[in-house]
Design a protein around this ligand. Structure first.
Ligand SMILES: [Fe+2]
Length: 329
């Protein structure tokens, strides 16, 4: 039998301090697994993305946080721009996280993919009439679209991706026409758009697919029934591909447990972790060699927009101002 002298003591002192904008149940099981495998304890602080970022900024060099996990590349970019993150050069991360889903300066890495396609009410929309986000301004869709407000970063990122693809002028013209297609003034979250469509208020909803997945597997019969009325249409398949975003992580500039934090980051992109994300939250793996879960597979393969997601952050202020000018509430 092997005996160790001191290491078990120092191992117990190994920690990573994590600020996470993900709901606890969507990250904690993975962190527990990490701790079991490595002996590194993870101290988790969960909060709203903007509040955590503010906290990091005010704590500055004294922050206890080694790592920040947040959703949306726009927010990861904000953290980087605020100067609270640092670069991580890791062959593991570089090899498995596709280039479009990580920061060009290696400050943040995508951990899971979230797709934002067009959802439509089965039987009310002929999917052969659908094609692109751009074409949603066609008279066909007049007064038939539900989408949440411009205050939400998911829509800001979608518009930013259109600015990157089509230019600012064309996107502004589009946005002005797009808001006229809304069946009602934007309100509620993505799930509310799906519910509104199912209830007959509109025929098209723009929402991230994990919300649809969450509703389909909900304990609440009403949510399951609403979601069952919807189908997924992958737009822009002849062109750049459907809009995707990431949840992702960055090391803080002040990270005191840097080595452990890098280990955790690498753990979160290993095959098991990536498969877990898909199962637990209906997101797509960021790795190309891990299959999405069964439900996601039913919606079919699709081409993703391979725009480097750092662009979503860089173009975010432009997108926001443009949506405002277009009268997108
Ligand atoms: Fe979300």
């Amino acid at each position: 039998m092997l005996t160790f002298i001191a290491p078990s003591l120092s191992l117990a002192d190994e920690v990573v301090n994590l600020y996470s904008a993900r709901k606890e149940q969507l990250i904690k099981p993975l962190l527990d697994r990490f701790s079991e495998q490595t002996g590194i304890k993870v101290n988790l602080v969960t909060g709203k993305a903007d509040a955590l970022l503010q906290r990091l900024q005010s704590e500055g060099r004294n922050t206890p946080a080694d790592m920040l996990i947040t959703t949306d590349a726009g927010r990861l970019h904000r953290a980087k721009a605020a100067g609270v993150t640092q670069a991580v050069e890791s062959k593991v991360l570089r090899d498995v996280v596709p280039e479009s889903f990580r920061d060009p300066d290696s400050h943040w890495y995508g951990l899971s993919l979230r797709a934002r396609p067009i959802l439509y009410v089965k039987g009310k929309v002929d999917p052969s009439r659908l094609s692109t986000y751009e074409a949603l301004i066609d008279p066909d869709w007049d007064n038939r679209i539900c989408i949440r407000s411009s205050g939400n970063i998911y829509n800001q990122s979608l518009v930013a991706s259109m600015i990157a693809a089509n230019g600012a002028e064309a996107t502004e013209t589009w946005a002005k026409a797009f808001v006229k297609q809304f069946a009602r003034p934007p309100k509620g979250g993505d799930r509310d758009q799906i519910k509104a469509a199912a209830a007959g208020l509109c025929d098209i909803a723009i929402a991230n697919t994990y919300y649809l997945a969450g509703m389909l597997t909900s304990k609440d019969q009403a949510q399951r029934d609403a979601a069952a009325k919807m189908a997924v249409f992958w737009p822009n398949q002849q062109g750049r591909g459907a809009h995707v975003n990431v949840s992702g992580a960055a090391l803080t500039k002040a990270a005191k447990n840097r080595k452990n934090a890098v280990k955790l980051l690498e753990f979160l992109v290993n095959r098991d972790s990536q498969a877990w994300y898909a199962e637990a939250n209906g997101e797509y793996p960021v790795r190309t060699d891990v299959e999405p879960n069964e439900l996601l597979k039913e919606w079919g393969d699709f081409k993703m927009d391979r725009l480097n997601l750092a662009q979503l952050g860089l173009l975010n202020p432009d997108a926001l101002r443009m949506m405002d000018r277009a009268g997108w509430k």
